[in-house]
Design a protein around this ligand. Structure first.
Ligand SMILES: Nc1ncnc2c1ncn2[C@@H]1O[C@H](COP(=O)(O)OP(=O)(O)OP(=O)(O)O)[C@@H](O)[C@H]1O
Ligand SMILES: O=C(O)[C@H](O)COP(=O)(O)O
Length: 476
């Protein structure tokens, strides 16, 4: 059960960065922030958490009245006590968008497990939980996108059976809500079965909101979407607060990245430089070391006048690559490109391959992974750091032959994590790679958001977070 209300402050990347980089910022001893560790499974006395809390307190102080600084001090589910929750109908938006195989079996339940702490807290405090999520991108009612296959796993993780509705609004749902006992959980059907959901239709949001008394948003993976069940309902439900998962994601992806233990390194990979421009530019303001891998490196090589064979190149981004290299120099960031690459004679798992220096890619061959020398120099650079964030694979890791570089980096991060380095995996394919290697459990933080984590790292505001109630600092 929560103690007296305390502030939970989330600050956007750029705002917290401003806070932490300013030596003028003094932490206030008159502000008290209650540790969030209990519900989030952090290691006891996690120094990172302490640093984050400090950064968040700092953000409260500098958040207002400074140009370019946006502070989002959000109320948390942990600020709600049993007195606030007992007998109350709570609309919980989670991101239960999990992968299913052809037989409707869940192939990765990470997002379900991540949603449990908030649901448990509400249940333990006597709330009636109305749980909602989307699954996939259905166009209208589509049975294969029903949330029904999720019911057994949610029930198993909670330790009691939950009830499932066949709709997300309407009289049948209202009946089920009315018969929900204290501590019970009702799972609504896929909210995207209504087109009004993604349109953030106010009338639809009102219908969803009418089911409940208050709102908890724990759907980090969907926080970059202003939809009826993520943003729209906040207009009609008070309080509207952040769930524990949302908090944890923001603590790491905003707090740790903006006030990192240094040296701070970022590894950015993936297919194209165009999809990572925002992230690279934003991280160049914060990191000491930037390692680049994946398909995007060939645009950088070509911009430097090297031959890249038939590797992936974005011709219209050559100038941009040059300017990013210049910006890194200007900022004093040590930017490392791979010195050797694994090349293939075709884009296929059974392609012929060989390792060549980055400056010697022959015509007709394409680079599909970073080479062993690069793994060595990247590992050495990472070995000097205290905080690492990783977004995007080093190569075409879906093909075993070209997964070596990505897997080696995943293993290096796992080793460093066990030595106390803060390791944050920013979502999407890098998370899949870390899971494939079996080292996900040793990383400091694995984000449950793909697009959402990318937008946060770019310093963008997430509408699902912005819409939540502000928390007020509590003087002690
Ligand atoms: N050298 C390469 N040539 C072509 N494609 C590559 C290369 N290296 C990596 N890729 C591809 O990049 C893709 C991942 O790129 P993306 O930009 O989507 O990364 P991500 O940020 O991890 O994913 P998400 O967008 O899901 O968060 C993978 O499918 C991988 O095969
Ligand atoms: O998987 C995701 O990234 C989230 O669930 C959001 O899904 P969307 O991209 O379909 O909005």
């Amino acid at each position: 059960m929560a103690s007296a209300a305390a502030p939970t402050t989330f600050s956007l990347l750029h705002s917290a960065a401003s806070a932490s980089s300013s030596s003028r910022v003094q932490l206030s001893s008159s502000l008290r922030v209650r540790p969030l560790t209990r519900h989030l499974g952090f290691r006891a006395a996690d120094p990172l958490l302490a640093a984050n809390v400090a950064a968040r307190v700092a953000a409260v102080r500098v958040g207002k009245g400074r140009r370019g600084v946006v502070s989002m001090a959000k109320k948390s589910v942990g600020d709600l006590t049993a007195a606030d929750l007992k007998g109350k109908k709570v609309f919980v938006r989670a991101d239960l968008n999990v992968p299913l195989d052809d037989n409707q079996n869940i192939t990765d339940d990470t997002r379900i497990r991540a949603a449990i702490p908030t649901i448990k807290y509400l249940v333990e405090n006597g709330a009636k939980v109305i749980l909602s999520s989307h699954l996939g991108r259905p166009k209208g009612v589509t049975p294969k996108y029903s949330l029904a296959p999720l019911v057994p796993r949610i029930s198993e993780l909670l330790g009691f059976p939950i009830v499932k509705a066949d709709d997300s609004i309407g009289p049948e749902v209202e009946k089920l809500v009315a018969s929900l006992p204290e501590g019970g959980v009702l799972l609504l059907e896929n909210v995207r079965f209504y087109k009004e959901e993604e349109k953030n239709d106010p009338e639809h949001a009102k219908k969803l909101a009418s089911l409940a008394d208050l709102f908890v948003n724990d759907a980090f993976g969907t926080a970059h979407r202003a939809h009826a069940s993520t943003e729209g309902v906040t207009k009609y439900l008070k309080p509207s607060v952040a769930g524990y998962l949302l908090q944890k994601e923001l603590d790491y992806l905003v707090g740790a990245v903006s006030s990192p233990k240094r040296p701070f390194a970022a590894i950015v990979g993936g297919s194209k430089v165009s999809s990572k421009i925002g992230v690279i530019e934003s991280l160049l303001e914060k990191v000491d070391i930037l390692l680049l891998g994946g398909g995007m490196i060939f645009t950088f090589y070509k911009a430097q006048g090297l031959s890249v064979g038939s590797s992936l190149v974005e011709e219209d981004k050559l100038d941009l690559a040059t300017s990013l290299l210049a910006k890194a120099k200007e900022k004093g960031v040590s930017l490392l490109l791979p010195s050797d690459v694994v090349i293939a004679d075709k884009f296929a798992p059974d392609a012929n391959s060989k390792v060549v220096p980055a400056s010697a890619i022959p015509d007709g061959w394409m680079g599909l992974d970073i080479g062993p020398d690069s793994v060595k120099s990247f590992s050495e650079a990472l070995g000097t750091t205290k905080t690492i964030i990783w977004n995007g694979p080093m190569g075409v890791f879906e093909f075993d032959k070209f997964a070596v570089g990505t897997e080696a980096i995943a293993k290096k991060l796992a080793d460093l994590s066990q030595q106390g380095v803060t390791t944050i995996i920013g979502g999407g394919d890098s998370v899949a790679a870390v899971e494939k290697v079996g080292v996900a459990n040793v990383m400091s933080h694995i984000s449950t958001g793909g697009g959402a984590s990318l937008e946060l790292l770019e310093g963008k505001e997430l509408p699902g977070v912005l819409a939540l109630d502000e928390a007020t600092p509590v003087p002690v």
